[in-house]
Every structure is written in structure tokens, then in C-alpha cells.
Design a protein around this ligand. Structure first.
Ligand code: SAM
Ligand code: SF4
Length: 347
């Protein structure tokens, strides 16, 4: 697909034509990555953040948030529950911190997860801990993490500047993606979909950006409002339905354009519709990230309103998810890392 075709599809509103698009993307998915869904149990280990992104509910200036950092013991317990539930991988995500104490803490946690008794190095680890120095990325990689997710948020540098305070830098974020690749990670990125001031041309350019940067994994999802953020003031209409559809179109078009990468059906889709993640799988996604954070912390990690599964424990989530995945005829790749075929081919 070229840019103009991607734009045409992003503007398409006819449900029958859209169904054709999703079927086409699904066929590309079956051919390139099969019908296995891989689970990454996500642990949201801290909401302490040194940054102030204008859209995010846990930005440092939001004084209404009660801050937490999970203890190493608690993170290891959640990791063990992932093993018990036969999830092949974990995602460790948090607000951004670059201080040495945090860097040491994460390194230690990653090493201990890898050394968990009975794990046999069976848990793959993806990190999503923001912008760091090359030395930090290297230390965490050497400790055992092998995938890193750092969303570019939008590939339009001007829009990026509008969504972030002046001390945040688009070029620094780009540079981090290069460094992650150099260190040896499978590199994931993504964008928020349906942001204020974002155009369909921007979204088409995001897909071209993923291809141009040779990205291995995509984690993108609809933008959702958090009332205690500056960006909330610029939202005049109910953007939920529009953003769900745009989110699905973006998954489908990314699958068709990039073919063999891993694509997540993110929680933000589920926040917009109970079956949002299954819809994502049927539009070309192949990864799901069930939340395995202890329920006592979940309400403090709200990037946006209406976060789903706030008080559902991890095993309930697993059972409900596996039924839902069964119901659409897909299989779950239990106990497997499910690495990006695109990355594996390059090696
Ligand atoms: N702090 C790290 C970072 O920013 O890369 C990792 C955690 S951050 C919470 C993960 C992602 O959440 C961000 O990359 C952003 O795209 C997403 N996010 C934040 N606020 C959001 C919102 N209001 N709606 C949808 N996604 C949001
Ligand atoms: Fe912090 Fe990430 Fe939220 Fe930005 S998106 S405020 S870096 S947690």
C-alpha cells in the first residue's frame, strides 16, 4: 500500500468496505504470523514519573495521584503468577525514572525474574520504562530483558512538541529507538491514535515510519481522555467510537504494510469496547497483554479514565481472556516467548 491508499482507508466509513479491510489484514496475519495469540503479562510496577506528557494521567504534575513503587518481592510474586498461568512473557512498565537507584532496582529485578526457581529461563521480558541512556539499556539487556517498547507517540515532530512540555525532545526519543536497536533489543514502538490535532495523514505517516525504522513490534492504541490532564481541555466531542474504529483500521493497515511484525491489541481498545481486544485480533493483531499487577495498585496507574479490569484478579482475567480467544477461533501460545518473526528473520 502506498501513502495515498492508506489515507483513503483511514477515511473509509462504509462498514462493508471496512469489513473487507479487516478480512484482508487477517489473511496477511495468518500467512505471516499464524493464528497464535501470545500473552505478555504486564506488571505496572510504579506510577512515579519524572515527565509531564500532557495527555497522561500519571504525569508528574498530577497531584491527585497517590504514588507507589512495587517492592521487589511483589514483582517477583506477580512474575511467578505469570509462570503459573503459563504466560510466556512479561512486560515491566512504569513511569519514567533515570536515577541510579531505579536503574539498579530494575536491573536487580530483571536478574531475579530470570533466576526464578522452576522458570528455567522460560519468561521472556519486555521493558517499557521510557527514555534511558545507552548504558542503562545495556545493563538491563545484560540482565536478561530482550525486548523494549518505546512509543514514538506520533511521528509528526510538530505534533509531538504540542503534546509535550518544552523539555521533552522528539529527537531524543528517536535516538533512543536507534540505541535500543544497537544494544540488541527487539524494538517496539507505536503511537496514540485519535489525538487532538492529529490528522489521517499523520497516522498514515506513522505506519510508514514503522516500516522505515524497521520496527519489530507495534504497541499502539486509541488515545483516551484523563480529566486531570491539560490535553483533556481540548476535547469537545465524544471521541470514543471514532477512536475505536481508527484504532482497528490502524492495526489492519499496519499488518498489511509491515506483514510479519508483532502487533498488540492494547488495553485501550478494551477500554472502548468490552470486546475491543478480540476485535483487534480479528483486524491483524497477535499479542495481548493481560494485566497481572496486584489489584491493590491498579487504581493508581490510570493513564486514562475507564481503565478496564481494575479489580479483577489475574487468574480471572486469564480465564475470561482464554474463553474470548477460543470464541474467535484463535489459539493461545502458552509458555512461549512469541518473538517477532520480523526480528527472527533478520537474525
Ligand atoms: N513512561 C514510559 C513511556 O512513556 O514510554 C512507559 C509507560 S507510559 C504510561 C506507556 C504509554 O502509555 C505511553 O507511551 C503512551 O502512549 C500511553 N498513554 C499515556 N497516556 C495515555 C492516554 N491518555 N491514552 C492512551 N494512551 C496513553
Ligand atoms: Fe510519564 Fe510515560 Fe506518562 Fe509520559 S506517558 S507522563 S513518560 S508515564
Amino acid at each position: 500500500m502506498d501513502r495515498s491508499e492508506i489515507i483513503r482507508w483511514l477515511k473509509e466509513e462504509d462498514p462493508r468496505r471496512l469489513k473487507e479491510l479487516y478480512l484482508r489484514a487477517y489473511a496477511v496475519k495468518l500467512k505471516n504470523v499464524g493464528n497464535h495469540v501470545f500473552f505478555r503479562g504486564i506488571i505496572e510496577l510504579s506510577n512515579i514519573c519524572q515527565k509531564d506528557c500532557l495527555y497522561c494521567g500519571i504525569r508528574k504534575s498530577n497531584a491527585r495521584v497517590e504514588r507507589f513503587l512495587m517492592s521487589k518481592q511483589e514483582i517477583l510474586e506477580s512474575s511467578k503468577s505469570a509462570l503459573d498461568m503459563q504466560y510466556g512473557s512479561l512486560v515491566l512498565q512504569s513511569g519514567e525514572r533515570t536515577d541510579l537507584e531505579f536503574v539498579d532496582f530494575v536491573e536487580d529485578v530483571v536478574r531475579e525474574i530470570k533466576a526464578l526457581r522452576d522458570s528455567n529461563n522460560s519468561l521472556g521480558i519486555t521493558l517499557s520504562l521510557g527514555e534511558q541512556t545507552q548504558e542503562t539499556y545495556q545493563r538491563w539487556f545484560d540482565a536478561g530483558a530482550h525486548r523494549y517498547l518505546l512509543r514514538i507517540e506520533t511521528s509528526n515532530s510538530k505534533l509531538y512538541e504540542e503534546l509535550h512540555p518544552a523539555d521533552h525532545s522528539f529527537s531524543e526519543r528517536l535516538n533512543c529507538l536507534e540505541v535500543l536497536r544497537k544494544v540488541g533489543y527487539q524494538v517496539g514502538t507505536g503511537v496514540m491514535i485519535g489525538l487532538p490535532y492529529q490528522t489521517v495523514e499523520d497516522l498514515a505517516d506513522d505506519i510508514l515510519f514503522f516500516k522505515d525504522k524497521d520496527i519489530d513490534m507495534i504497541g499502539m492504541g486509541p488515545y483516551l481522555v484523563h480529566k486531570d490532564t491539560p490535553l483533556a481541555e481540548s476535547i469537545q466531542e465524544d471521541i470514543r467510537k471514532k477512536n475505536l474504529e481508527l484504532g482497528l483500521k490502524m492495526i489492519a493497515l499496519t499488518r498489511i504494510h509491515l506483514q510479519d511484525v508483532n502487533i498488540a491489541a492494547t488495553t485501550a481498545l478494551q477500554a472502548l469496547s468490552l470486546s475491543g481486544r478480540e476485535m483487534g485480533l480479528q483486524s491483524g493483531a497477535n499479542i495481548i497483554m493481560p494485566n497481572i499487577t496486584h489489584t491493590k495498585y491498579r487504581k493508581f496507574y490510570q493513564l486514562y479514565e475507564d481503565k478496564p479490569c481494575l479489580d479483577e484478579n489475574a487468574s480471572l482475567c486469564r480465564d475470561c481472556l482464554s474463553q474470548r480467544i477460543d470464541s474467535i477461533g484463535e489459539e493461545i501460545g502458552y509458555n512461549q516467548w512469541g518473538d517477532s518473526p520480523h526480528f527472527l528473520k533478520k537474525r
